[in-house]
Design a protein around this ligand. Sequence first.
Ligand code: GCO
Ligand code: MG
Length: 403
Amino acid sequence: MLKITDARVIVTCPGRNFVTLKIETDAGVSGVGDATLNGRELAVASYLSDHLIPCLLGRDAHRIEDTWQFLYRGAYWRRGPVTMAAIAAVDMALWDIKAKAAGLPLYQLLGGACREGLLVYGHANGETTEETLREAQRYIELGYRAVRLQSGVPGLKSTYGVSSDKDFYEPADAALPSENVWSTEKYLRSTPQLFAAAREKLGGDIHLLHDVHHRLTPIEAARLAKDLEPYRLFWLEDAVPAEHQANFRQIRAHSTTPLAVGEVFNSIWDCKQLIEEQLIDYIRASVLHAGGITHLRRIANLADLYKVRTGCHGATDLSPVTMAAALHFGISIPNFGIQEYMQHTAETLAVFPHGYHYGDGYLHPGEAPGLGVDIDEALAAQYPYRRAYLPINRLEDGSMHDW
Ligand code: GCO
Ligand code: MG
């Protein structure tokens, strides 16, 4: 028995907000978990402090599966991003504790390494095709074997994924939601041109990815996937919002462009039909928003049966704690596909000392016991929470659209 003696939530904003759970045990071993839900951070902080932590004190930290079941079934109100992010934070912290207590890096407890490193993709973006391709070239020079291309759309002032700071993309940029204007027609015209230019300039070897960010209808998405076929994408991401999983049948029926979805999913039930009908090729659910390692493992196991591989979300709003957990997880499963790698700022990395590292197109979880990441609480305290929202999107006539 390794008794949980204390647990606390740390909210910090070293350039962006993060919610971190720290669990302490009577053996002096502690663990960390990430509970960040972009734009709704304090809801998860309260869920943890007011509702979960009282149930954790005195429990055996070793009983990870039982604790997961206790928190999931015990809530009665199942699923949802707030609940599942909170459960995930507890789950990550308990796996961290168990591996530290064993004196092993976490991936060893999950079955050991299946590969030498985790293939990652970088987020190359620019206002124009030329700028985006220059950025892609920069990633290639850094050794990246995969890049996601996001470019400005002629005639639109701003769009998802394009940032003036090329190293650190941060969409939650205002104390109240900023407003973007969107035109599907303009986007559908310019995107195939971007990828035609990319193949011409970057050649056939580099993996190219693209994020639609949930903006199309099924038939529009089918058209885009078909138009992009000649450019052999690694994946087309979030082509439509996936609340209606059967929507993907329409895209599939028209194109062989590989499809990825799932960064906003929080349970295996969100992925079930997509995986069982083989409507997607990559499942993007994350350790953080899909209930921790314990639950993501179930999703990945189901996916493996249907030849669907993982491609975990790894944007800046998932803290280095989630990145570490994703790496230990990804290196140990047979059906790992690729890992998103958006760089955190130096301020964030200083608050979260970590052992994972990048080299030659791959990330490596490192050999430190546990997750190999911690939070510097004194430094974290210097960066108080600042309310920040993701933008919203309107069509040119003013109607609300998905961002
Ligand atoms: C990605 C994502 C992010 C999200 C962000 C929202 O693929 O990296 O789409 O950029 O917009 O994580 O909080
Ligand atoms: Mg995305």
